[in-house]
Design a protein around this ligand. Sequence first.
Ligand SMILES: [Zn+2]
Length: 295
Amino acid sequence: MIVSLLVSLLCVVAVALAGGRLSPNGENHATPGPRANLTAAVVEPLPASVSGAVNTTINDGSALAQAARENAVRQNDLAWTFGKKEQRGWYLYVPLISRLIETEADINSVEFATALARWQRTNGLAPSGILNGDTLYRMMETWQARRLKDRTPARPDQLVTVPTSEFYDSSRPDNLRQIERATYAAYKRMLAAAAADRVIEGHHLKIISAHRSREYQDNLRRKEPQAGSAGLAINSPHFTGRAIDLYVGGEPVETKDANRALQIRTRAYRWLVRHAERFGFRPYPYEPWHWEYVG
Ligand SMILES: [Zn+2]
């Protein structure tokens, strides 16, 4: 039940985006940001920006070319906070960002800067084409606003029990394999589409955790008092039965940057970013495995 415990500890709900903002030092271009461990077995080809290659389209003198060079640096170096946690760079959000600004271009390209400038203009930001702190916070707000709003806990009659074969941990007991009925139907449709697109390998897209009762969460909190309110969600979307944690590679629910860097490169995760919304699921940007059914 280590997985269950970790899931409960990590699915943080209360994300205070308003607090903190950029660190007092701003962005430090002199110090390289953390490089992710990119040795996943089942991955898609890296965008040039992540692999370190330099896109040849940025070698002119225009403002957007300069923006492209800035983005190549800031993807690793931008200092910002999520909740109260210090973060560095936005490379972990590249799939979501690309989807949001509607481009497949490498993030150090003029094409990416152009698409970003267009999104910035649409969202009332200065259209610099540079993915700076203001832009990243606006993106986070956008994703967070699209998540499940109704956090009413599920009634027992709204829940169904999922077969063990569909769970990442097949030894998980019946009472920990429950999910809200419509969410399950949508998940099954999504899974069939992912299988048809041949993006599922191994345990990918199996369910790690879905419904969790308040009592279960309270028990975990008593066992792990050091987790505090920051680590253990007080009002988890998992209470609704409409939040699901899906296996997308690596350690199932580990938020360390290196693990998330691996997860965001799997075909399963990339597919979810492109297609899950079509089935009614929305991402929680900080946890690549956590998706919420909004219908
Ligand atoms: Zn979750």
